[in-house]
Design a protein around this ligand. Sequence first.
Ligand code: DAH
Length: 345
Amino acid sequence: MQTDIFTTLEELNKEIHSFRIEDETTLEAFRIKFLGTKNILKDLFGEIKNVPNERKKEFGQVINAIKAGAEERFLSAKEVMDASKAKNSFKDLDLYLPDDTAHKGSRHPISLVLSKIVSIFERIGFTVAEEREIEDDWHNFTAMNTPDDHPARDMQDTFYLKDSVTRLLRTHTSSVQARVMTSTQPPIRIIAPGRVYRNETISARSHCQFHQVEGLYIDEKVSFADMKQTLLYFAREMYGIQTEIRLRPSYFPFTEPSAEMDVYWGLKDEVDHRITKGTGWLEILGCGMVDPAVLTNCGIDAEKYSGFAFGMGIERQAMLLYRVSDIRMYFENDVRFLKQFHSVG
Ligand code: DAH
């Protein structure tokens, strides 16, 4: 009897390991036979009562090992089968179907407004010039007719690099004018979009980093009228074909004469009154004829050439276009804010 039961166990073990598992049906047959609620092993466990006491322990160990072997075989066969099932399921995959699980990103509002401005100027022959954000004093100030002791330096609170009196984070994109003029001879027709930095207290209306677009046009006989027409074209492309502009006299060290340009925003509702402080006019940019001293500083013949330049802030224009009330939102990267933006058309 004893030998019989141990022989039976051995045969059973062989059967478990030689059982042909080829597909889901045979896997299920294996499970029912060796692991199901009425499996063969269960009956054999009952045989323990016929095993002599001194071999009961051995019997228990053998039968448990066989059971563990059956479980292991089942699990590994199942794993192989699941993996090949997953692989085969690609056969039915239609790669042309739209994927509804992917979340589309949206462009940052500042980047949308920047590209709109860039494309407006590209259409009339301006090309994009991009330059460094870490500048030197000379390109940011001195070349732009703002020497060391010039009071206009105080207009822009500057971040200097640690342990440096000459290296700084550019305070305006006007530094690109100096970069371009010192490396190219006219005709020059560029716009320079980019980030600028000023040591200002962060609030709903101002930030220590923001974006500007600079424009520079130098050639023979460039006049104030050319500038006015270019900026009128810009304002109408940007804010609508009916848009009116006005130029107010102003002061910038690098232009002479200098002006600030307003667009007529209107006073249709209470919000407009607040935006334009009740005047209907809104300041958009600074501009002027390039000061001959700037041309000379940068190695351009001021007798032969003249030009105009302009510079505008992007955040404020984006705030107007999108009715955003707090400038800080542009820099917080909160997806709930960002996903609202598509295009300014
Ligand atoms: N750089 C000036 C600023 O940041 C803006 C500006 C004014 C740029 C007049 C110009 C200009 O090119 O002609 O406030």
